[in-house]
Design a protein around this ligand. Structure first.
Ligand code: AMP
Ligand code: MG
Length: 455
C-alpha cells in the first residue's frame, strides 16, 4: 500500500476541503471566527479634529515667548461642541476627545501649564490644586484683561479670572487627532478572511456592526471503535481500555472553537459500525478513531467504502500515526485516525487542524512552529517523519526543547506534558544535543500558512 509523506497528505486534505458558507452572528459571539464580508467605515473617525489630551486648545503663534499667559474663554468637555472662536491671546480648556474650537491649531497638555491665581476666588473647572497656581503678577497678564476688542466675546468677569500660563511652545497640530485619521467614511477597513480578534471586534463596534457575516463552523462528529473500549460512564473493568480518544479529540476540536458531537463507541462489528458511520456522515466532518489498521477486525475501511465514501489515502509515512486515513463522501469529509491515543492526537494536529481551519475560512491553517535547541541526543531511524513530544523552556536567544520521556504511541501522559512536537525529518539520522529542531506548538491561538517543517 502506498504511503504518502506528511506534506503530500496535508496537500490532499487541503485540496479536498472548501471553506463553508457564511452565517450571521452577533458581535458578542464573533471572537475567533473569520469574517465572510467586506466591512467599510460608516463615517469619518474621528468625526472632527479632537484633542488628544486634557489641556488647552490654543493658537500656537501665541507661544512666541514662553511662558505665555492666555485667557480661557471656554471649557470644552468630551461630548460638547465648542461655541466660540479663539482670537489671539485666547485659549479653551479642553478634555481628551473633545472637538477643537475654531481658531485653535494646537493643544498643550495640562501638565505643561499653570493656572494663574488672580487673587480673587474663582471657579476652576479642571480642579487643579493651588500648588500648581502662580499669582497674577505680570503686566503681560494684566494687559490681556481687555473687556473690549479681542476678548469682547467673553464677559469682563471671565476675562479677569480665567487665565492660564503656558510653559511650552509647540508647533501647529500638536496633540490634535485629525478628522478621519483613524478611518474615512466608506473606506474598506476589514476584508473577508480576517480572523476576528479583540482588535477586530473594536473596529467592528466602531463602524456600528452589531452583527457580522462569518464563515460557518463545521459540525464535527467523533466515533471511537473497538470491542475493548470502556465508556467514561461505565464501571471500571480491568480487562478493558478506557476510551480516552473521544475526549482528547473533542478537546482538540474545542480548542479550535468547534463543539463536536460524541457518537460513542462502536463495537468491531460490520453492521454496528455501518450504523454508527452512517450517523456520522450526517455531519460535515467525521472523525473515526481506531479500526483503520489492517487487523482482521479492522472493519472501518470496507464499511466506510461500502457507504459510498471515496478514501483518498490510508497510510502516511509518519511516526507516531501511520494508519491514518482520509476520504470524502460528497461534501462530507472523513478522517480515520489511529486508535493509539498519542497517534490519534498527533494525526489530528497534522491533518484535521488544517482541514477544520480551512473550512472555517482561515488563511493560516497550520499550528505555529518555532526553532528550538534540543537539550539531549535523539535517536531516529531514517524512514518516517517523527513527531517527538517535547517540553519547551525559554533560554537566551530562543527556546530549549526536552523530550517528555518515553515516546510510545500509547503513552498519553507524554501528550499531557508536551508543549510541542519536535519534527524529525524522515531522512534524519538522529539529533545530537545542542542541534536545532523545528517544534510545532500545541497550545496557543496563533497559526501560520505553511506547515513550517521539512520532512
Ligand atoms: P486500533 O487502531 O483499533 O488497532 O487500536 C490501536 C490501539 O489503540 C489499541 O491498543 C486500542 O486499544 C487503542 N485504542 C483504540 N481506540 C481507543 C480509544 N478510543 N481510546 C483509547 N485507546 C484506544
Ligand atoms: Mg481497534
Amino acid at each position: 500500500m502506498e504511503y504518502l509523506s506528511v506534506s503530500e497528505a496535508q496537500r490532499v486534505v487541503l485540496e479536498s476541503v472548501a471553506t463553508l458558507g457564511a452565517e450571521q452572528v452577533k458581535l458578542e459571539q464573533s471572537l475567533g471566527r473569520v469574517l465572510a464580508e467586506e466591512v467599510r467605515a460608516n463615517r469619518d473617525q474621528p468625526p472632527y479634529d479632537i484633542s488628544a489630551m486634557d489641556g488647552y486648545a490654543l493658537r500656537s503663534a501665541d507661544l512666541g515667548a514662553i511662558p505665555a499667559t492666555l485667557q480661557i474663554i471656554e471649557d470644552i468637555k468630551a461630548g460638547d461642541m465648542p461655541t466660540k472662536t479663539l482670537a489671539s491671546g485666547q485659549c479653551a480648556r479642553i478634555m481628551t476627545g473633545a472637538p477643537m474650537p475654531q481658531g485653535a491649531d494646537a493643544v498643550i497638555r495640562v501638565e505643561d501649564t499653570q493656572t494663574i491665581d488672580s487673587g480673587f476666588p474663582h471657579p476652576n473647572p479642571l480642579g487643579e490644586t493651588t500648588s500648581h497656581s502662580t499669582r497674577l503678577q505680570t503686566t503681560a497678564a494684566k494687559s490681556l484683561v481687555t473687556p473690549e476688542g479681542e476678548g469682547a466675546n467673553v464677559s469682563p468677569r471671565e476675562n479677569l479670572f480665567n487665565l492660564v500660563q503656558i510653559n511650552l511652545s509647540v508647533k501647529p497640530g500638536h496633540d490634535i487627532r485629525r478628522l478621519g485619521e483613524n478611518m474615512r467614511n466608506g473606506e474598506v477597513v476589514l476584508t473577508p478572511g480576517t480572523e476576528i480578534t479583540p482588535g477586530v471586534i473594536g473596529v467592528l463596534a466602531t463602524v456600528k456592526r452589531a452583527e457580522v457575516q462569518v464563515y460557518r463552523r463545521p459540525r464535527v462528529a467523533i466515533l471511537s471503535t473497538g470491542n475493548e473500549l470502556e465508556g467514561l460512564d461505565e464501571p471500571v473493568d480491568p480487562n478493558k481500555i478506557p476510551n480516552s480518544n473521544s475526549y482528547a479529540l473533542m478537546a482538540q476540536a474545542q480548542a479550535l472553537g468547534i463543539e463536536p458531537v460524541l457518537l460513542g463507541i462502536a463495537r468491531d462489528d460490520p453492521d454496528e459500525l455501518a450504523r454508527y458511520l452512517q450517523r456520522g456522515l450526517e455531519y460535515d466532518v467525521l472523525l473515526v478513531s481506531g479500526g483503520t489498521s489492517v487487523g482482521v477486525h479492522d472493519y472501518v475501511r470496507p464499511t466506510i467504502e461500502a457507504l459510498g465514501a471515496q478514501m483518498l489515502f490510508w497510510r502516511v509515512s509518519m511516526k507516531p500515526g501511520h494508519p491514518v486515513a482520509f476520504g470524502k463522501a460528497g461534501e462530507k469529509i472523513i478522517f480515520g485516525l489511529p486508535g493509539n491515543p498519542v497517534s490519534s492526537m498527533v494525526c489530528f494536529e497534522q491533518f484535521v487542524v488544517p482541514a477544520l481551519r480551512r473550512m472555517m475560512g482561515h488563511a493560516r491553517t497550520y499550528r505555529r512552529t518555532i526553532a528550538a535547541r534540543m537539550t539531549h541526543n535523539v535517536k531516529h531511524q531514517p524512514g518516517r517523519t517523527e513527531f517527538i513530544r517535547v517540553m519547551l523552556a525559554q533560554e537566551e536567544g530562543g527556546y530549549a526543547a526536552t523530550s517528555t520521556g518515553a515516546q510510545g504511541s500509547g503513552m498519553l501522559l507524554s501528550m499531557a506534558r508536551a508543549d510541542g512536537l519536535a519534527v524529525l525529518p524522515a531522512e534524519c539520522n538522529g539529533l545530537a544535543a545542542g542541534s536545532m529542531v523545528t517544534v510545532q506548538l500545541l497550545d496557543g491561538t496563533v497559526f501560520q500558512e505553511d506547515a513550517g517543517f521539512k520532512e
